[in-house]
Design a protein around this ligand. Structure first.
Ligand code: PBG
Length: 328
């Protein structure tokens, strides 16, 4: 590349003079069509209960979830991601794979009543086990291979209930292959898998664990989720997941891991998603509540940064608000 027109011929400010000019030269864009909205579904009727640690986000009963899903669709957001709060928990996470589990019921209702909205379901056991870990426990550690069967069952029951795509977030080795095989054997060869491929053991999930009541009762998730210093390992995780049949790969969290998003975008040819997680959401909400940052600008800047890093798809609790801001 050659340097043309050094100062004063070159003046970078010429293209920054007006909003219209800035939009003309913008390099990254964000549309509602890039966003996925995570939602929490709980038992009960006519329930819309605000989550303490995530102001502006709610637990919905199935009836109220359907209303919310319709509103999401009307904003031009193509997909929701469902997390469930079961009525009871046990050692083998029965609520996760029950045919009439809370997520299965929600998926059926939304698919039935809101046409044209994609329903993605989170595949994990942590919200359904009495110990709060993402798999079956043996000798105080998560037994990888014993967990695969339950994850496959969970995914299958969700797809049977109508889920358009499943999103495994457990970080067990081999789970994409196990889920792919289970779906294919039942004839669901066209149902894609969105893999939480590079999911880090992050402090930024704090608010979510209260929202989903999924905090581990002992220990932590560092024996299965990724160690924050590593990026080559993320590449390997993605490589393995694609090999096992992942259709879309995700990096999570998003903003503290923009470099990981970029590396994966450049290296692989599958769609890349990034999850702006609960802690990223609640930090912006809390700082804006105190008047320390401008909420709409911080939201749009954070989402654009994630797009600029290379994520085609963003999962964000700000999806509705951002779609509203874009429409202005
Ligand atoms: C379940 C799961 C978690 C999140 C998504 N799926 C929590 C965790 O791994 O502890 C986090 C989402 C968020 O923080 O917004 N395994």
């Amino acid at each position: 590349m050659t340097i043309s027109g050094i100062f004063p011929k070159a003046r970078m400010r010429r293209l920054r003079g007006s909003e219209t000019m800035r939009r003309l030269v913008e390099e990254t864009s964000l549309r509602a069509g890039n966003l996925i909205y995570p939602l929490f579904v709980a038992h009960g009727k006519n329930l819309k209960r605000e989550i303490d640690t995530m102001p502006g986000q709610f637990h919905f009963s199935v009836d109220r979830l359907v209303e919310e899903a319709a509103a999401v669709k009307d904003l031009g957001i193509p997909a929701i991601l469902l997390f469930g709060l079961p009525e009871s928990k046990d050692a083998k996470a029965s609520g996760a794979w029950a045919e009439d589990g809370i997520v299965q019921r929600a998926a059926r209702a939304v698919k039935d009543q809101v046409k044209g909205l994609l329903v993605i379901t989170d595949v994990c056991l942590c919200g359904y086990t009495d110990h709060g870990h993402c798999g079956v426990i043996r000798d105080r550690d998560v037994d990888n291979d014993a967990t695969l069967d339950l994850l496959a069952r969970t995914a299958l029951s969700q797809v049977r209930a109508g889920a358009d795509m499943v999103a495994p977030s457990d970080m067990m080795d081999g789970r994409i292959g196990a889920i792919r095989t289970a779906l294919d054997e039942e004839g669901f060869i066209q149902t894609p898998i969105l893999s939480y491929a590079a999911k880090y053991a992050s402090s930024f999930y704090g608010p979510f664990r209260e929202a989903a009541d999924s905090a581990p009762r002992f220990g932590d998730r560092r024996s299965y989720q990724m160690d924050p210093p590593n990026v080559l390992e993320a590449i390997r995780e993605v490589e393995l997941d694609i090999g096992e049949g992942a259709d879309i790969v995700m990096v999570k969290p998003a903003m503290p891991y923009l470099d990981v998003i970029r590396r994966i975008r450049e290296r692989f040819s599958v769609p890349v998603a990034a999850y702006q997680v609960s802690g990223e959401y609640s930090m912006i909400v809390a700082a804006a509540e105190r008047g320390w940052i401008d909420r709409p600008r911080a939201i749009m800047e954070s989402l654009l940064a994630i797009r600029r890093a290379g994520a085609g798809i963003i999962l964000t609790y700000f999806a509705k608000e951002a779609a509203g801001l874009m429409a202005r």
